[in-house]
Design a protein around this ligand. Structure first.
Ligand code: COA
Length: 254
């Protein structure tokens, strides 16, 4: 079965991350499939809302570390960057359903969604520094704006996770429900949105994001440049190798 499942019904396109044995970590092929699905949903007048969901036990463990180590995204048109640009610029409402861990891009992608529902088992982490990397998806801009600099520093500098309750408190999620109900709630809210006039949804979303849309694009480009460079440096290679060898990284020499 496909690792990115796409299903469209009643004006709602649902993307399901479906690589549960690898904790829904995302490979270049999966980013490519999601970028294509976003483009198709943006272009299709019959699609009014996008839903992104995972499994009741895992949303996403972020980038597939082995894939990143073997095929670091080199150019602007790398699938991961195509996906992030498509997501940040997606014109229609996006609803996310998160249960279980949301690590790295699993959390940063949520900052580009309009409504986020969480299972009470959800945990959010952006441990880029622990991997010798820097934030992506404009999270270095959007996280401090959303939660304030000091909370963002706990997540982005210390790499500490937050649980669903804290995510609700800081405005990263809209509501918490039992994990097995979160996908259904996202569908229910998506259908409410899909019943509204599309042009009003699109214009309202555009107006809400207009103030920082250009800044988000610039930040994503700058982050991608630094991220791409650091991915090839010793700290990231040690962190990634350590993850694959199931040991703690040793940064004493980098
Ligand atoms: N990339 C590649 N493989 C990953 C992965 C990732 N990001 N996250 C998990 N996996 C794989 C594991 O290697 C393991 O594979 P194996 O069964 O072949 O050994 C499998 O998925 C299960 O992962 P495991 O760590 O045993 O599950 P867990 O339930 O104990 O923990 C997480 C789940 C998400 C907390 C943990 O896997 C994790 O922290 N992953 C790394 C997340 C990360 O740093 N992502 C940032 C990337 S920029």
């Amino acid at each position: 079965m496909s690792e990115i499942q796409t299903h469209t019904e009643d004006g709602v396109t649902t993307l399901t991350l479906n690589r549960v044995d690898k904790k829904n970590s995302l490979t270049a092929a999966m980013y490519g499939a999601m970028a294509d699905a976003l483009q198709a949903a943006a272009d299709d007048a019959a699609v009014r809302v996008l839903v992104i969901q995972g499994h009741a036990t895992i949303f996403s463990a972020g980038n597939d570390i082995a894939d990143f180590l073997n095929n670091p995204p080199a150019k602007d048109d790398a699938p991961v960057f195509r996906f992030l640009r498509g997501l940040a610029g997606f014109p229609k409402p996006i609803v996310a359903a998160v249960a279980g861990p949301a690590v790295g891009v699993g959390t940063t992608l949520l900052m580009h969604c309009d409504l986020v529902y969480a299972g009470d088992n959800a945990a959010f982490a952006m441990p880029f520094v622990n991997l010798g990397l820097v934030p992506e998806a404009a999270s270095s801009l959007l996280a401090p704006r959303l939660m304030g600099h000091h909370r963002a520093a706990e997540m982005l500098l210390l790499g500490e996770p937050i649980q669903a309750e804290t995510a609700l408190e800081i405005g990263l999620v809209n509501r918490i429900v039992p994990p097995t109900e979160v996908n259904a709630l996202a569908q229910q809210q998506a259908r409410k949105l899909a019943a509204k006039p599309l042009s009003s949804l699109v214009e309202t979303k555009r107006l809400m994001k207009k103030g920082h849309a250009a800044l988000v694009g610039q930040q994503m480009m700058e982050e991608a440049g630094v991220f791409g460079r650091m991915l090839r440096e010793p700290a990231a290679r040690e962190a990634f190798t350590a993850f694959m060898e199931k040991r703690k990284p040793d940064f004493s020499k980098v």
